[in-house]
Write a protein that binds this ligand. Structure first.
Ligand code: XMP
Length: 309
């Protein structure tokens, strides 16, 4: 273990203990590296006075809730709970098109659920895995990351042990804390999930297209042994003409985005072999109902962002 991780872990555990005292805390554990590391640090600090809540928003990747449950339930001394909030989130988001509005609604709903869970277990602290780029981008008015867009009058007090760190540092901590590679090397996935990958108006059908296309992209990336910072599929607004049999079909447009980055503050579109891209495109149009067009995003950040919204 390198010196800085050892020092950081020791100091973080002490700081958390001082802040929480004899109180109780809850954490939204998504299975991403930031929230996973935060959960382990807090569990090491206050033990079973921490409750870890995985909220299934309905905007998760394919099979994600099962994977997170399998990784954390009964492990690392965590009191793990899965909350199925799919209908609650979908009910609020169906028909919403504006990205900032989506983030605001999702961020507030998360807090609403955490407050309910906190009441049940007597917690007064909410742990979040916020890292430096989240608040830098929000403060810079680039986009309001959902975990920084909190409602006024929130009663839970925030504990954010990773606030000053960047992703590569959090990954180092994850390895040092003994988290498995599926977590320590996990691709970043935004808290609002597929809601910001259905570009524009959210419908149940477009959401399923995003989920299925995303799973195909990730499978093919894994098969090709490529290790990008992030790989994703997004459903674009509008329709494109295609042919099915001998008739015209107006179908969905899916964009594939694969980027390299060090800290998400800047990113480059990755040069992927044509045959890998072609395989993704062929599979998406044949396996995902209603898709007639697949595009590859060549834009770097800046001027684009990594996500489409
Ligand atoms: P952008 O799209 O701003 O993304 O270039 C930078 C990194 O942050 C992730 N991202 C988010 N993460 N809540 C999050 O937790 C959000 O609202 C959010 N928006 C973007 C994105 O996936 C990328 O890794």
């Amino acid at each position: 273990m390198s010196n800085w991780t050892e020092g950081f872990i020791k100091e973080a555990i002490e700081k958390i203990r001082k802040q929480v005292g004899s109180g109780r805390a809850i954490i939204g554990l998504s299975g991403g590296v930031d929230s996973s590391v935060s959960a382990i640090l807090v569990a090491r600090s206050i033990g079973d006075r921490l409750t870890a809540v995985f909220v299934d928003t309905g905007f998760m990747r394919k099979n994600e809730p099962e994977m997170v449950k399998k990784t954390f339930q009964g492990k690392y001394g965590l009191d793990f709970r899965l909350v199925d909030a799919r209908e609650e989130f979908l009910g609020l988001l169906e028909g919403v098109a504006d990205p900032e509005e989506k983030r605001r609604i999702i961020g507030h709903k998360f807090i609403d659920i955490f407050e309910r869970q906190a009441k049940e277990c007597g917690a007064t602290f909410l742990v979040q895995g916020t890292i430096a780029p989240d608040w830098i981008e929000t403060g810079g008015k680039i986009k309001s990351h959902h975990n920084v867009t909190l409602p006024d009058g929130m009663v839970l007090k925030l504990v954010e042990p990773l606030r000053d760190l960047y992703k590569d540092e959090v990954r180092e901590l994850a390895r040092a804390l003994g988290l498995p590679p599926e977590i320590s090397e996990r691709m970043p996935f935004p808290g609002p999930g597929l809601a910001v990958r259905v570009v524009g108006r959210i419908t149940r059908e477009r959401l399923e297209v995003a989920r299925e296309a995303d799973a195909i992209v990730l499978e093919e990336i894994k098969k090709a042994r490529i290790e990008p910072w992030q790989a994703l599929a997004a459903v674009l607004p509008g329709r494109a003409t295609g042919v099915k049999g001998d008739s015209r079909e107006y179908g969905y447009m899916v964009a594939i985005r694969v980027v390299e980055s060090l800290d998400a503050m800047t990113a480059n579109s990755m040069a992927i072999k044509q045959e890998v891209l072609q395989r993704m495109a062929n599979r998406i149009v044949s396996e995902v109902k209603g898709v007639t067009r697949v595009l590859y995003d060549l834009t770097n950040k800046p001027p684009a962002t990594i996500e489409f919204e």
